[in-house]
Design a protein around this ligand. Structure first.
Ligand code: SF4
Length: 298
């Protein structure tokens, strides 16, 4: 398969319009990082033109070096304690009913950044009481006390991506592990949260491995699943193994629903945060999730 040229179904929309300009101005003015920019997301034009963006907290230098991800790897220097308030203000200015926050991995911090995560969630909720808050978190090396710190701030959707099938974890996400990520998801589910994860296709996974992964994750109690096409951000990253055709994404959506997921978004351009507001609406059928997560003692 020729993977040097993108197929027609992967052509991204160009950014345009007043909403795009407003998001751009807000991100720059509030000195925020977005995963849309840092991960070179192909949906930036579309999402920002809809007036949405995914803010990335804890800086823009990641302590991990995943071979699929365009975010800069290195030793972070900053811990910006003014960030939670600026994020909360940006969510208010964008008028979001559903916001998605993510972060780099900060393995050098004792709590992996969990306390900043909790402060950010609380700041958003304080400023935007009716906005649903979805968090896309790192694995905190599987430390349940740090996951509980995040859960204690009561996000509406707890998302952690396993990214790929078990066999490909090491080449794709060097410092992560399939079983550890599953443990993170199970822990949040066990505390009563709505849990979400995502995988990429086109990294060399086999059909039966995808089936097993979806069965595993549904069995872990994950409710919302995203499946998208892997894109190689630079020549230094893993090559694309194949372009997954649109009908195969349809197949995986049906398969995912059949093994127990409540919502499966599956398509070449799907990313964790792509139309996340609509995914959560499909799951709950309600606009506000805040009151639905039972949390005992966290
Ligand atoms: S899909 Fe997510 S990361 Fe990509 S542009 Fe949209 S909001 Fe940003």
């Amino acid at each position: 398969m020729d993977t040097t040229r993108k197929p027609a179904w992967l052509r991204a929309k160009l950014p345009s319009g007043p909403a795009y300009n407003a998001v751009r101005g807000l991100v720059d003015g509030h000195k925020l990082h977005t995963v849309c920019q840092s991960a070179q997301c192909p949906n930036l034009g579309e999402c920002w033109s809809r007036g949405t963006a995914t803010v990335m907290i804890l800086g823009n230098i990641c302590t991990r070096s995943c071979n699929f991800c365009a975010i800069q790897t290195g030793k972070p220097t900053e811990l910006d304690l003014g960030e939670p308030a600026r994020v909360a203000d940006a969510v208010a200015t964008m008028g979001l009913r559903h916001c998605v926050i993510t972060s780099v991995a900060r393995d050098e911090l004792a709590d992996g950044g969990a306390s900043v995560w909790a402060a950010t969630i609380r700041a958003i909720r304080h400023r935007n009481p009716s906005t649903a808050i979805e968090v896309l978190v790192p694995d905190f090396k599987g430390r349940t006390e740090d996951i509980d710190t995040v859960l204690g701030a009561r996000p509406d959707i707890f998302n952690h991506n396993v990214e790929t099938v078990e066999r490909l974890q090491r080449p794709v996400r060097v410092q992560a592990r399939y079983d550890r990520s599953r443990g993170v998801l199970r822990h949040a589910r066990g505390r009563g949260f709505t849990v979400k994860t995502g995988i990429m296709l086109g990294l060399g996974e086999r059909r039966e491995e995808v089936e097993q992964t979806l069965r595993d994750l549904a069995g872990d109690g994950v409710s919302i699943l995203t499946i998208g096409q892997y894109l190689q951000p630079t020549k230094q990253h893993l090559p694309v193994d194949r372009w997954v055709p649109p009908e195969e994404f349809v197949h995986w959506k049906q398969f995912g629903l059949s093994v127990g997921f409540g919502v499966v978004e599956s398509g070449a351009m799907v990313r964790s945060s792509y139309h996340a507001d609509e995914q959560s609406l499909k799951y709950t059928g309600e606009e506000h999730l805040n009151t639905h997560n039972a949390l005992s003692g966290a």
